[in-house]
Design a protein around this ligand. Structure first.
Ligand code: PHE
Length: 507
């Protein structure tokens, strides 16, 4: 018998607070600079259908597993896995499912904060009217100026981390909960207003066409990999965040309903952001793109040329910053909780330790944009490596371990009890997915992603060592990417913060 459900020290208070907080975690940069472009170039409505299937069959079961494991254990993710391991007498190596997750979350925080800081910078730049009718060259120059200055970047990075720490320091109820109750509604309202603005003032029809028209001709293997990779990454899986948030989830909340609502809200935000961004991009006759190039070049340029561009551009970057903020808050939580429980530190000190460590590590990412941009190891600089190692290796590995642990090591009865899913057919589907589909899908995405990274480095002639392993498949992918079919810089489908090729931090 699984030990009696323990009353947690802290618990989300409202009925929907868990869903709100978890949606804050899932809605991030990926929804804005990755998902809409992928949708538009990978088959439109067909891609959306495939993506929803991937969410339902792969993402949601794993999300439910992470949340349920966390909720039953009521501890930090490392201790939660340890608790379950003892419960089901599993081998010691399963500990790594928790440890790697917390590590991955911490690493993601370090470089996500740098990109979040850039988003914050652009709120101010657009508010001051820097992009009003600014042409392509001057937008490019402004970005070049910012990224070339380590001091400026450190400043924005520090401000972003400080904002995350301030919220986190006040604890789960007085900090996270209160902040997210403001952040999320403001984000939704701003986004809704931007959609209305785009509909009235920009090329809304073309954006609708780009995102929703049925283009079976665009469907490729890459589309499926993109859909799978994004379904996994966008739900903040593999970084222990959902396990930590699950630890505060009240028993009366339904894991399954919450997971469904979170996934739908996340998709809706991605589509709405796509409508706004691409309406503006098409109105200014710019080419659609993704990643850094889209957010920090095309978007300022596009909004700068629209009526009231100063105000709407600023609102859009506010949406970007709020989305990044709520994601960063969630990804800091596992490490903070671990410090509290394992090192016995007070909440404030835990946040201080984790925040300062992430801030320091983030410096390396900052320097990858300027003074260290030419310091490469096997062809990639620090930022590209940390992004690759976390997004393409650590997150999938943790996700894989959690899926197999929940689906195979924990017995059906325990898992069912922890998930509280009483509708038997649904539970059987979830468990079947955790046993077979989710691990297989994650392994596939991982291999594809590593292959993409290697072939990109080979293709760009960064280090000949990579070309030895570049197979014909890599070559054919490279051909497509040369033709602009494959967007991501490193080819990593679930890349957390990949700049587009033209702006990879190398000078
Ligand atoms: N869904 C988030 C995003 O799209 C994923 C994420 C969560 C990334 C937390 C970093 C931190 O950006």
């Amino acid at each position: 018998m699984v030990k009696q459900y323990e009353k947690p020290v802290v618990e989300w208070t409202g009925r929907w607070t868990f869903v709100l907080a978890a949606t804050g975690s899932t809605v991030g940069l990926g929804n804005i600079w990755k998902f809409p472009y992928m949708t538009g170039t990978d088959g439109g409505a067909y891609f959306i259908a495939i993506y929803l299937l991937c969410l339902l069959l792969v993402g949601i079961p794993l999300l439910m597993a992470e949340v349920a494991l966390g909720r039953r254990a009521r501890r930090n993710p490392v201790a939660a896995v340890e608790f379950w391991r003892a419960e089901v007498h599993a081998a010691p190596h399963w500990r790594w499912a928790g440890r790697l997750g917390v590590l991955a979350g911490f690493l993601v925080l370090s470089f996500y904060a740098v990109v979040g800081g850039l988003g914050l910078a652009y709120v101010f730049f657009s508010a001051f009217g820097d992009f009003v009718n600014a042409g392509h060259e001057s937008v490019l120059a402004e970005l070049g100026h910012l990224t070339a200055s380590p001091l400026d970047m450190i400043g924005w990075h520090s401000l972003f981390i400080a904002l995350v720490m301030v919220v986190s320091m006040r604890g789960v109820n007085r900090g996270l909960e209160r902040a997210l109750r403001v952040i999320m509604p403001v984000l939704f309202i701003l986004l809704a207003m931007l959609v209305i603005y785009a509909w009235r003032n920009a090329d809304f029809d073309r954006a609708v066409d780009f995102l929703f028209s049925m283009n079976p001709g665009q469907l490729r293997w890459q589309s499926l990999m993109d859909a799978l990779g994004h379904a996994f990454f966008t739900l903040s899986l593999g970084m222990a965040a959902m396990m930590a948030y699950g630890a505060y989830m009240p028993q009366r909340n339904s894991v399954a309903v919450s997971a469904l609502v979170i996934a739908l809200a996340d998709t809706a935000v991605g589509l709405a952001a796509g409508l706004v961004v691409f309406s503006a991009v098409f109105a200014q006759k710019l080419a659609p793109s993704s990643g850094f190039g889209l957010l920090f070049q095309s978007v300022p340029e596009a909004f700068g040329g629209l009526p009231g561009g100063q105000f709407v551009g600023c609102s859009l970057f506010l949406v970007v910053s709020l989305a990044a903020w709520s994601s960063a808050i969630s990804v800091m939580e596992p490490a903070v909780l671990w410090c509290q429980e394992t090192l016995g530190l007070a909440r404030q000190w835990s946040v201080f330790v984790v925040g300062v460590a992430a801030w320091l590590l983030g410096m390396m990412t900052v320097f990858s944009f300027n003074i260290w941009s030419r310091h490469t190891f096997l062809g990639a600089n620090f930022f590209e490596w940390i992004n690759f190692v976390t997004a393409s290796l650590l997150l999938p590995l943790t996700g894989f371990l959690v899926a197999v642990f929940a689906g195979r090591v924990v017995s059906s009865g325990y898992l069912g009890e922890a998930m509280g899913l009483r509708w038997r057919p649904a539970f059987l589907c979830v468990r079947w997915s955790l046993r077979y589909l989710t691990p297989a899908a994650i392994a596939l995405v991982c291999v594809w992603s590593v292959h993409g990274f290697i072939s990109t480095l080979c293709d760009q002639g960064r280090a000949p060592a990579w070309c030895v392993s570049a197979s014909p498949m890599a070559k054919s992918m490279d051909e497509k990417s040369k033709n602009g079919v494959i967007p991501a810089a490193t080819g990593a489908p679930n890349s957390a913060a990949a700049p587009s090729r033209d702006l990879a931090p190398r000078r």
